[in-house]
Ligand binder design. Structure first.
Ligand SMILES: *[C@@H]1O[C@H](CO)[C@@H](O)[C@H](O)[C@H]1NC(C)=O
Ligand SMILES: *[C@@H]1O[C@H](CO)[C@@H](O)[C@H](O)[C@H]1NC(C)=O
Length: 188
């Protein structure tokens, strides 16, 4: 009898442990796949503004999700051109328009873009001791890349706020330092 109670308790504890670990893994954003880089043809993948080009044979991780959003979500700020002929490629996904790089606009990684859920909403970006409000106009695609639609650039990591020159200027970052900046963002 005593043994039975013991094994029942152990079983309950075991089940509890499994549910707890499942809950934890549901919150963690896991990779969705990998893409093998193809060599861009001549004239493809414009590197003018330090855009990254896919390397032949290299594996790139893809994501359909991003880290959970809080009041202070950690991200990496990168620079993008939203103008026609810029390295952003096609018009912005939210409004099918190009945007002046003098306007504070951003593209968000796929998970945060949330199937257009943040389109034309504003976010507040804190970085370099300053803050700026910017409008979400596009997706930084974490699910695909290394093809002509993405100018042979790798898939976007899942924690990116890809911002126009105006955002970097407002944060007071000199042009030469517009690489990857650790920032915090929140819905405005
Ligand atoms: C590079 O950046 C400048 C300044 O933001 C912009 O005018 C130009 O169109 C960009 N070039 C490409 C290829 O994106
Ligand atoms: C975001 O900010 C812009 C510029 O200030 C404003 O025109 C727009 O209405 C704002 N969007 C929302 C959804 O509040």
């Amino acid at each position: 009898m005593k043994n039975q109670v013991c094994s029942t308790i152990s079983l309950l504890l075991f089940l509890l442990l499994i549910t707890a670990s499942l809950k934890v893994s549901a919150q963690v954003c896991k990779a969705s796949g990998k893409i093998r880089g193809k060599k861009p043809l001549p004239g493809q993948c414009n590197t003018e503004n330090n855009s990254d080009c896919c390397a032949e044979g290299k594996l790139y991780t893809t994501y359909k999700c991003s880290p959970a959003v809080s009041g202070r979500t950690k991200a990496t700020l990168t620079i993008n051109s939203f103008e026609e002929g810029g390295d952003g490629g096609a018009p912005s996904e939210c409004d099918n328009k190009f945007h002046s790089d003098d306007m504070p606009v951003v593209a968000l990684s796929t998970g945060w873009f949330n199937k257009k859920g943040r389109c034309l909403n504003n976010i507040t970006i804190h970085g370099n001791g300053h803050s700026v409000v910017a409008m979400v106009v596009d997706e930084c695609d974490s699910t695909m890349g290394c093809d002509s639609d993405h100018d042979y650039q790798p898939p976007c990591p899942n924690n990116i706020v890809d911002a126009s020159k105006a955002v970097w200027k407002a944060l007071g970052v000199p042009k030469s330092d517009c690489g990857g900046l650790d920032i915090l963002w929140s819905d405005a």
